[in-house]
Design a binder for this molecule. Structure first.
Ligand code: C5P
Length: 219
């Protein structure tokens, strides 16, 4: 039986990881949260007082970074559980900053491809369908209005016990989208063969069902 790979890309807080996790659970796929990897690099730099704008310094830091994603969706940075710490606004913007560096992308894309070879996988991020897995069996480009996304992230943060302010979140999302779409290397864009899914007026269950239907068509 052939291995199936699914790519979900789209702007920040579009609900990609929520959907990917639910689909992975239902289909028993390996889920790879690639954003968590960029976040971990940013978090490492912030923690070690490395200037995120100093490309050379960030590049040097990479050799000291080991990231591990577990089956229960925990994120380990050099064997420390950073799952919650990488979800702050500071780390979100930091990730968007370090993700523009070639050395960071090469390091993480290699890791992502290695894991992707191990079985049926679903990856979410910004460049999965365009760069990481250009031959993915199914590519989804998941979008939602900025209002919807900000509201969802607001509720998510509150649930996680993180401080949440709707306007701040909206600004942060807009800034990241702009940066991610306008960077020189692997900018966020819909792959030509990706299916666009606007989830603004859809429930989680509807989105999951839609993706499951699309997966079944690839078999
Ligand atoms: O998906 P998430 O919001 O956790 O990603 C954080 C940041 O990491 C993004 O804003 C983007 O700059 C970067 N990223 C990326 N490529 C990916 C995943 C995330 O550049 N595949």
């Amino acid at each position: 039986k052939k291995k199936i790979s699914i790519a979900i890309d789209g702007p920040s807080a579009a609900g990609k990881s929520t959907i990917a996790k639910m689909v992975a659970k239902k289909e028993n796929f390996i889920y790879i949260d690639t954003g968590a990897m960029y976040r971990s690099v940013a978090f490492y730099c912030i923690k070690n007082h490395i200037d995120l704008n100093d490309e050379q310094a960030v590049e040097q830091a990479i050799s000291n970074i080991q990231i591990r994603l577990t089956a229960d969706n925990k994120v380990y940075l050099n064997d420390e559980d950073v799952s919650l710490q990488i979800r702050t606004d500071e780390v979100s913007l930091g990730a968007s900053c370090v993700s523009k560096y070639q050395a960071v992308r090469t390091f993480l894309v290699d890791e992502q491809r290695k894991v992707a070879e191990t079985g049926n996988v679903i990856l979410d991020g910004r460049d999965i369908g365009t760069v990481v897995l250009p031959h993915a069996d199914l590519k989804i480009y998941q979008i939602a209005s900025v209002e919807t996304r900000a509201k969802r992230r607001y509720l998510e943060n509150k649930e996680r016990g993180l401080e949440a302010d709707l306007e701040t979140i909206k600004k942060e999302i807009e800034q990241r989208d702009y940066q991610d779409m306008h960077r020189a290397i692997s900018p966020l864009k819909k792959a030509d063969d990706a299916i666009e899914l606007d989830t603004s007026n859809m429930t989680l269950e509807e989105v999951v069902d839609q993706v499951l239907t699309l997966i079944n068509k690839t078999r």
